[in-house]
Design a binder for this molecule. Structure first.
Ligand SMILES: Cc1cc2nc3c(=O)[nH]c(=O)nc-3n(C[C@H](O)[C@H](O)[C@H](O)COP(=O)(O)OP(=O)(O)OC[C@H]3O[C@@H](n4cnc5c(N)ncnc54)[C@H](O)[C@@H]3O)c2cc1C
Ligand code: FES
Length: 275
């Protein structure tokens, strides 16, 4: 990777787009001028620019072991993301990165893994889940818990179906509001963790979702006697430059874009929203 790709947006054509939910799409970006598509780690993010509108950070949502093209899954929330949702295959975005640290996938080796995702919190976890599936012998049991508002708000529906049939991991899903075709759990994802039997010494948890979900997930995981250092999340703080220059992501003397975005809960006790 050239230092240039950290500062100067590289031109990346959109190869293909998959509509995930009414407000979320996955973009497959083809080889950029600098091809680093496999040279990143699960948990890292990129800055995408829509020329004339702005730039925003997005996690790389596929494992580098499967990245024939770069994948980012994007929910419409404001100016850059609204504009991206008008884009079609063949349109070109700017891309800088990869930035930030990554999930501690080496420290997790030999452990049982719990993944707890809410809504658009699944994309960064999915990069690690698929990485683990591609190095399956290095890890213990894998259990993925995924909660969404409604069945149609679930991202990666085909992949969820594949996971549900796989003997390589266990998937448990829930929705806040069911529809007539839904046969799974109903209720918040934290409810699924209550009373779970885990070996706390041999278990690591990875979670991503809205701050209110994280608060309750961490409380449940601590009740299961997991150590704070074995509960890991990725923070989606407001960011601009991604390279530790502008100060937008600073909390105290922490630069989330450089020191993070992946932290264990022992490391982020400095954040006001952490229980
Ligand atoms: C490391 C990282 C990874 C991310 N990965 C993804 C991803 O994979 N998919 C995805 O859809 N989004 C992701 N996000 C969030 C995404 O970057 C923001 O939603 C984005 O800034 C929206 O840009 P916009 O111009 O469309 O919205 P804007 O017009 O900038 O903002 C819309 C509204 O959202 C608020 N806002 C913007 N960013 C944030 C934020 N990070 N936290 C809280 N409020 C915010 C603004 O204040 C405003 O109210 C990630 C953020 C970070 C920091
Ligand atoms: S986003 Fe600019 S310093 Fe972190």
């Amino acid at each position: 990777m050239s230092a240039n790709s950290l500062y100067v947006p590289q031109l990346c054509p959109i190869e293909r787009i998959r509509q995930e939910t009414p407000d979320t799409r996955t973009y497959f970006l083809s080889a950029c001028e600098i091809d680093w598509s496999r040279d990143y780690r699960p948990g890292q993010f990129v800055e995408l620019s829509v020329f004339g509108v702005g730039e925003a950070p997005f996690c790389l949502s596929q494992s580098p072991t499967r990245a024939d093209s770069l994948e980012v899954t994007i929910r419409k929330t404001g100016s850059v993301t609204n504009r991206l949702h008008d884009y079609q295959p063949g349109d070109v975005v700017g891309l800088r990165g990869p930035f930030g640290n990554c999930f501690p996938f080496e420290r997790a080796q030999g452990k049982n893994l719990l993944f707890v995702g809410g809504g658009i919190g699944l994309p960064p976890l999915r990069a690690l889940i698929n990485y683990v599936l591609d190095h399956r012998e290095d890890y213990g049991d894998v259990h993925v818990f995924y909660g969404a508002r409604t069945p149609s708000d679930r991202v990666y529906k085909n992949e969820l179906q594949t996971w549900s049939r796989s003997d390589q991991l266990k998937l448990t899903e829930t929705v806040d509001q069911a529809d007539p075709g839904w046969t799974g759990h109903v209720g918040v994802v934290t409810k699924l963790l209550r009373g779970l039997e885990v070996d706390p010494e041999r278990t690591m948890a990875f979670t991503c979702g809205p701050p209110i979900m994280l608060k309750f997930v961490v409380a449940e995981l601590l009740a299961l006697k997991l150590a704070q250092r074995n509960i890991v999340t990725t923070l989606e703080r407001y960011m601009k430059c991604g390279v530790g220059k502008c100060g937008h992501c600073c909390v105290g003397h922490h630069y989330i874009c450089v020191d993070g975005p992946v932290y264990n809960f022992e490391q982020i006790s400095f954040l006001p929203e952490i229980p």
